[in-house]
Ligand binder design. Sequence first.
Ligand code: LMR
Length: 342
Amino acid sequence: MTQPSRPIRAFTRRALAAGTALLVLSGAALAQAPIVIKFSHVVAPDTPKGRGADKFKELAEKYTNGKVKVEVYPNSQLFKDKEEVEALQLGAVQMLAPSLAKFGPLGAKEFEVFDLPYILPDKAALRRVTDGALGKRLFDKLETKGIIGLAYWDNGFKEMSANKPLRMPADFRGLKMRIQSSKVLEAQFRALGAIPQVMAFSEVYQGMQTGVVDGSENTPSNMFTQKHHEVQKYITLSDHGYIGYAVITNKKFWDGLPSDVRTELDKAMKEATVYANQVADKDNADALDEMKKSGKTTFITLTQEEKAAWKAALEPVTAEMAKRVGKDVIEEFQKEAKGGTQ
Ligand code: LMR
């Protein structure tokens, strides 16, 4: 092999030295570059989920000493309902907390058990289910889809809204009601004689304002922060169903994290979960108060007879949906909700 001439040898040495310096530099820079977690969600920051996400950011960054940077994108800023799940699967975002009613399109339709009308008597029953065997089983199901369930976060019980008073099931007849992408919710509104329409959360206000939909169901906190009460004349305090979330991450991303980082993130998530679940009831109670104070909508409290009529109209939904959600899943849910005694 012929040797390169002296000037070329000198140039090569300099280039190599510069290259090495660059490599060292980028190695050092890389070592310091934080791991970025993009946490995308569709609700306002001042909601149970919004506060939970912000708390997780604060704790994750603190416990990892800045090795992790969490960027929270609220209000569908980055992605709407359906897109955010696709984005998580593609790795464009690393964390989401979709409502449990939005897991059907992921192939995890068992999550829709939470949407069955009147399946949850109270929050204590909810906690028994999410902290129990079924909560774990549902997360195991997600893993087969390349997704890890990190925690269940609370929102609250749903109320109905429309531009006409909804007192009896017959009042729903022919109304176009916005729903989340859950077949159980579709069946629920069909049982009431309404026309369910799937719509992204970020589009609901406008849908109500322009009359694309006549009404919807949601928690007080979601209604208030999205100003639904300004475009709906009536809200019926029905508490007929529940909205809660599963915080999820991409399995490949999570498994690829350094184990010490993952441990700290687990700790941050545990504490953020306690916090999110603690603030949920108050957020909903405050939102209800604010909407009442605004005087922009009329609240309806159901009588015992009216409540009974809603329950009777919605009762067939559970049997009808057993095939989709799983009879065993529904039975396990009901057993755990009751405290596992029967
Ligand atoms: C909805 O679409 O109504 C809710 O799932 C929004 C949310 O994330 O609470």
